[in-house]
Design a protein around this ligand. Structure first.
Ligand code: NAD
Length: 349
């Protein structure tokens, strides 16, 4: 791929909530500009942005003036769309989840290998400065031996969110849309997850897909973790409220979303408060607190800048299809565990 001088020309595929957010990030970025938008049902975003609208990603690719694309269509369209982009030689930032099943992700992996064109999967949280700091601290032994991890993502999505049929149907659900972010981060920060137990519920809305899940995970290291997630409750705990990463969600500086505990200390996320004992360690002694330093920036801006470097051939995707497929395999394992009631093993890498 030959690096291009000047701003990269970007097309957006899928002009809904996330597509509009990407258009906003592009608008603020000097090294890229939006050139056209593809959406079968709506031209509103293209009109707002003052760029041409086309009805399909095939029409967008046929224009031939795209250096890269951002794919923000419904989950069920991700793989077929991305495969066509790769065949056209166009690098893609593909929204998460990478696919709706591990088998589908394998199709994309094969296309990536065949065409040698990169895909960055939109697990944007990986680009948050607190994530890099937590990963370095935990993996560097800052907590001693990792033993126990707990996570929460509890919030209430508005009824209108579910007017889109795809969000109520197989291929969506709170595990594939939201838990996929959290388990991706837990494996990134704390190491690979190998076993999963799960219970799910759709008791409030009664949609085909789950709205609540309780998941127990086993890490390769032997550490244990638990995660509780629901998009139908009023609560302050979760990434969106705790990080101030996305201005759409009111910030709660008092809420954390992950608690990570080891033999010599523990860490709250995203505050990165490190709780430990000075000297002898036992439960009757007061805990001291220090804060682990972290960098600056928001994850979406960092992700876009990284994507531009990937599209210019200057960087490897920080979240590759293979990496995202491993996270997807975890969600599939959780879905299987919820059905079987048993402890399920995540398949081979
Ligand atoms: N990274 C994140 O935190 C994050 C947040 C929200 C959504 N997402 C992901 O972004 C994607 C879109 O979610 P959303 O909330 O914006 O959904 P949405 O329903 O608001 O928007 C989807 C848009 O895609 C269009 N569309 C439908 N079929 C299409 C096709 N075949 N080709 C092109 N466009 C098509 C629809 O008309 C709609 O405008 C999903 O995969 C979702 O998981 C990621």
């Amino acid at each position: 791929m030959s690096p291009r001088n000047g701003p990269l020309r970007i097309g957006i595929i899928g002009a809904g909530r996330m597509g509009a957010q990407h258009a906003g990030f592009l608008d603020r970025e000097q090294d890229a500009r939006l050139v056209a938008v593809a959406d079968p049902y709506s031209s509103a975003m293209a009109e707002r942005c003052g760029v041409p609208h086309v009805r399909s990603h095939q029409e967008l690719l046929a224009r031939g003036d795209m250096d890269a694309v951002i794919i923000a269509s419904p989950n069920q369209a991700h793989v077929t769309t991305a495969v066509d982009c790769l065949a056209a030689g166009v690098p893609a930032l593909l929204e998460k989840p990478v696919a709706t099943s591990r088998a589908e992700a394998d199709v994309l992996l094969a296309a990536e290998r065949e065409h040698g064109v990169p895909v960055l999967v939109g697990h944007h949280r990986r680009h948050h400065p607190a994530v890099a700091a937590a990963r370095d601290f935990v993996r560097g032994g800052g907590l001693g031996r990792l033993v126990a991890v707990n996570g929460l993502w509890l919030t209430k999505k508005d009824d209108a969110y579910f007017d889109q049929e795809w969000r109520r149907s197989k291929g969506a659900g709170v595990m594939l849309i939201n838990l996929v972010h959290d388990l991706d981060l837990l494996r990134h920060i704390c190491g690979e997850i190998t076993t999963v137990q799960a219970r799910t519920s759709n008791a409030v809305r009664g949609h085909e897909v789950e709205e609540t899940a309780s998941v127990i995970v086993g890490f390769e290291s032997g550490a244990l973790g638990s995660f509780l997630i629901s998009d139908t409750v009023v609560a302050p705990w979760g990434w969106d409220q705790a990080t101030e990463d996305d201005p759409s969600f009111p910030y709660r500086p008092d809420g954390s979303c992950y608690s990570i505990a080891g033999t010599t200390g523990s860490l709250s996320f995203p505050q990165l408060a490190h709780y430990h004992h000075e000297g002898t360690s036992d439960w009757t002694r007061p805990l001291s607190t220090r804060f682990v330093p972290k960098g600056t920036g928001d994850s979406y801006t960092n992700q876009l800048r990284h994507f531009l470097a990937v599209a210019r051939g200057e960087a490897e995707p920080a979240v590759s299809v293979a990496d995202a497929a491993r996270t997807l395999a975890l969600i599939e394992t959780a879905q299987r565990a919820a059905e079987s009631g048993a402890t399920e093993t995540v398949g081979p890498r």
